[in-house]
Design a protein around this ligand. Structure first.
Ligand code: MSP
Length: 643
């Protein structure tokens, strides 16, 4: 084995249920920047991405479209691979869970865990959320909705295999507590420990019999392996785990970092390490849960018509503008926002102005004052040192930020140098030096320093914006662009002749571009297809439902249930308590005093230990991205009938 430093980084494998949006693109671009940086700094990198192709949801979509699941995913996966090409993603391997070697590995893993007694056969009875591919207990699936995504869950009752999660829980808690770097950022670690691990883990259902699009359990082929066990195993099957061809596994495992969105951190920090413990394998060194990219402050969804397609953005602004925004605008570990206007303004200020102008001004002056020939730095002054020191400190600062996976900070360090170089032009006023023949050497030195600062920036930026790094280096005819070469401020070769190059980031007319985008959005706005109408009922059927006007007297969140609100309502002097799954849409204070409609003769039920005496009516989009309670606009005696 070589003693080279290795670095293994993964993205989640994406569901090819629809084409990917800007949010999924973020994870992959961030992983790409890290992979490129590690390669540049001498690591032997394995960067894995891919697609998670099995499961009920994909089977259903394919059935609706009248194609086989494999044909359906083949087309979407090809699109995903095209997107990664467009985004300049330098993955080393692309895994598809429909690949034969992966399927074999998953079957072997399942068998081993069964043979060693960690998996047993039982019966599953509970709730299942198909879009999230998640099982929920009665107390978790509140109001018949998935506690993660809020969509309706379905009952699932079937023979199934279970994994004895609880057997490993204590070991995992200890591991997490003794390895503070394992779950990052810190807040996510506490969430996992307090919300999931410490309250006690239930055994996990790990097979399904109600659909067939999955990896069959080898010794019981009526069952397919639960998608999360199938999916998580990709991180080791891709390296040849448990096969004759396991050199990559020996070389790269354990993984340095699994980069995942915050919604799937639970699977990566509880299920996955427990599966690995059961297999007797080392655990990944780190799982980093990044925040979400919101659009105009809200979640992206088809029905809102706010899904941002990275391909459209790249076609308008280029790959690196999109990469820059994603890498710089999502704060370290928390949610970020996409907004077209902020995006365009950022491209103008940071890329066109700060970086692009620095390059074009510098090359233009070398061409104008020295026929393009780079001069040696023979006439130094004190003022140069500040620029030079910032340049020399920058790589260490970038490295420190990257090691914490703080990519916006790393970019800020590079931009500190770029902005300092712009200021240096204003301070040294080369156009004034140019008027004085005696200042030629000084002018040459100033321009040398600017070119060298740009070379530093180009090397450091190349992991984030690879095309831009290369373009700058081509225009400056940079000879050496290694990471080592930016430890000394002397890598630029005097005597080389520069030519006028293209503007790397043309300035964008903000108003005109926004208007163009609006027009595009209008044209593309999807119209929600109405759900098919239910079976006809008689007036007598309808009259069985007793709908009454009630006034909301009090309202508060239900502890430990982020989707629920507890309402106290007045029904003609009677006070009732209603638990309603509307916490995502209303703050308690928004509802107090409102007149809403109650299904007053609905049998009382307990939700999360709280009694609910009736149901509040609400209208929502099919994907639940928007919801409004049915409200009576003005005061009406409570208890009035709604007919
Ligand atoms: N297939 C599973 C992952 C299995 S990994 C063993 C899955 N796929 S996904 O396609 O739904 O999501 C993939 C990644 O995209 C997740 O990390 C998720 O957090 C991320 N994102 C989806 N929407 C996002 C945003 N709006 N913003 C940032 N990332 C988001 O989950």
């Amino acid at each position: 084995m070589s003693n080279e430093k290795t670095y293994y980084i993964t993205t989640p494998i994406y569901y090819p249920s629809a084409k990917l949006h800007i949010g999924n693109t973020y994870t992959t671009v961030a992983a790409d920047a890290l992979a490129r940086y590690k390669r540049l700094t001498g690591y032997d990198v394995m960067f894995l991405t891919g697609t998670d192709e099995h499961g009920q949801k994909i089977q259903r979509i394919a059935e609706e479209k009248g194609v086989t699941p494999k044909d359906y995913v083949d087309e979407i996966v090809a699109g995903i691979q095209d997107l990664w090409k467009l985004m300049n993603i330098s993955y080393d391997k692309f895994i598809r869970t429909t690949d034969d070697y992966h399927k074999k590995t998953v079957q072997k893993i399942f068998k081993q865990l069964y043979d060693q007694g960690d998996i047993y056969k039982g019966a599953y009875e509970g709730w299942y959320c198909t879009p999230c591919e998640s099982f929920w207990t009665d107390t978790q699936a509140v109001d018949g909705k998935c506690p993660d995504c809020g969509r309706p869950v379905e009952t699932a009752k079937e023979e199934a295999y279970f994994f004895k999660m609880s057997k490993y829980a204590d070991r995992l808690i200890e591991y997490i507590e003794t390895h503070p770097e394992f779950i990052q950022p810190e807040s996510r670690k506490n969430e996992m420990l307090n919300n999931f691990l410490r309250p006690g883990l239930q055994d996990l259902c790990i097979s399904r019999t109600t659909f067939t699009w999955g990896i069959p359990v080898e010794f019981d082929p009526d069952h397919v392996v639960y998608v999360w066990m199938d999916a998580l195993s990709n991180y080791i099957s891709a390296l040849g785990f448990d096969s004759d061809n396991d050199q990559l596994y020996k070389k790269y495992w354990p993984c340095d970092v699994h980069l995942v969105g915050k919604d799937i951190i639970r699977f990566h920090t509880i299920y996955w390490p427990i599966f690995l413990m059961a297999l007797g394998q080392e655990l990944p060194k780190q799982v980093f849960g990044h925040g979400w990219l919101l659009v105009d402050g809200g979640k992206m969804s088809k029905s809102k018509g706010n899904v941002v397609d990275p391909v459209v953005l790249v076609n308008h602004f280029g790959t690196d503008a999109v990469r820059y925004y994603l890498l710089h605008e999502i704060p370290f570990g928390s949610d970020g926002n996409f907004n077209s206007e902020i995006f365009i303004k950022k491209v103008n200020s940071d890329l066109a102005n700060d970086l692009g102008n620095l390059l074009s001004r510098t090359t233009a002056m070398v061409i104008k004052y020295f026929d393009g020939v780079i001069q040696p730095p023979t006439d130094k002054e004190d003022i140069d040192n500040e620029l030079i020191n910032i340049a020399l400190d920058m790589p260490k600062k970038v490295e420190a930020a990257i090691n914490e996976l703080n990519l916006p900070q790393a970019l800020d360090e590079i931009w500190t140098l770029i902005r300092r170089a712009n200021k240096y032009i204003d301070e040294t006023t080369p156009w004034i030096l140019a008027k004085d023949e005696d200042k030629k050497a000084r002018l040459g030195t100033v321009l040398y320093n600017l070119i060298e600062a740009l070379r530093f920036a180009s090397v450091a930026v190349s992991s984030f914006l690879p095309e831009t790094g290369t373009k700058i280096q081509e225009q400056l005819k940079v000879d050496v662009a290694t990471w080592d070469s930016i430890s000394a401020f002397d890598g630029t070769q005097a005597g080389v002749t520069l030519e006028k190059g293209d503007v790397i980031f043309p300035r964008i007319d903000v108003e005109a571009k926004l208007a163009e985008f609006e027009a595009l959005k209008e044209a593309e706005q999807p119209k929600q297809q109405m759900q098919p109408l239910k079976e006809e009922i008689s007036i007598e059927d309808f009259e069985k439902i007793d709908l009454r006007v009630v006034k909301v007297l009090a309202c508060e969140p239900v502890k430990g249930a982020k989707k629920l609100l507890k309402l106290k309502v007045d029904l003609a002097g009677e006070e009732r308590q209603v638990i309603s799954g509307i916490a995502q849409y209303y703050k308690p204070e928004d509802l107090i005093g409102k007149y809403v409609v109650l299904v007053a003769n609905l049998k009382a039920a307990k939700l999360r230990g709280e009694i609910s005496q009736g149901m509040i009516l609400a209208a929502s989009t099919d994907d639940d991205s928007k919801l409004f309670t049915v409200t009576i606009p003005e005061e009406l005696p409570t208890g009035s009938q709604v007919r």
